[in-house]
Design a protein around this ligand. Structure first.
Ligand SMILES: Nc1nc2c(ncn2[C@@H]2O[C@H](COP(=O)(O)OP(=O)(O)OP(=O)(O)O)[C@@H](O)[C@H]2O)c(=O)[nH]1
Ligand SMILES: [Zn+2]
Length: 186
């Protein structure tokens, strides 16, 4: 989508409630277009690009947990933010992934228009495909502004979603180990 198209769209949005040419608002369409482009940058990225080949051979076959990855996304129903934390675990099978790349993969999918359930599954599937791990688990805990600052206006509820693949789905002991590791660290 062209930058100008987006700026004009924001101009119309602002004009529906205020004078878009008044001093305080005159640069807002350009700023808002830039911000929206940033918030949806995941559409311009692929997992392969962000991982940049950072997969390393390893004999380790124990659970690896990356916890409390901050997450900012936009709900596809209202275009309002949902904000929270993502926890990722995997059991490697011959290779491990660069630590920062786990967070980068989260952002590839979070920086799109999303519902939390699909975001969770997409992250898990991407890590599974990339690493061919024995198992992958993803948990997201998030608060949705569409439920807080409008609509039902509940300030304290949050949603937890999970995706469990491979050993995490098949083996309750593996799943429990992951859940207790999260508790120990929090
Ligand atoms: N399952 C799920 N629902 C979401 C997510 N983000 C927003 N929603 C919900 O999407 C639903 C859209 O419902 P609609 O009735 O079409 O829209 P609405 O009239 O704005 O609904 P209210 O929010 O209840 O005022 C709402 O229940 C939202 O809470 C998400 O990530 N997952
Ligand atoms: Zn919403």
């Amino acid at each position: 989508m062209s930058k100008l198209f987006l700026e004009n769209a924001y101009l119309d949005v602002i004009a529906s409630v205020d004078d878009p040419l008044r001093e305080g608002l005159k640069d807002t369409p350009a700023r808002a277009a830039k911000a929206f482009h940033f918030l949806t940058q995941g559409y311009n990225k692929t997992v392969k690009d962000v991982v940049n080949g950072a997969l390393f051979p390893s004999d380790n076959s124990e659970m690896i947990v990356v916890q409390d990855i901050e997450l900012y996304s936009l709900c596809e129903h209202h275009l309002l933010p949902f904000i929270g934390k993502c926890h990722v675990a995997y059991i490697p099978s011959g290779k491990v992934i660069g630590l920062s790349k786990v967070a980068r993969i989260v952002d590839v999918f979070a920086r799109r228009l999303q519902i939390q359930e699909n975001l969770t599954t997409q992250i898990a599937n991407a890590i599974s495909e990339l690493t061919a791990a024995e198992g992958v688990a993803v948990i997201i805990e998030a608060k949705h502004l569409c439920m807080m600052m409008r609509g039902v206006e509940k300030q304290n509820s949050s949603m937890k979603t999970s995706a469990m693949l491979g050993a995490f789905r098949d083996n309750p002991a593996t799943r429990n180990e992951f859940l207790s590791l999260l508790k120990v660290a929090s």
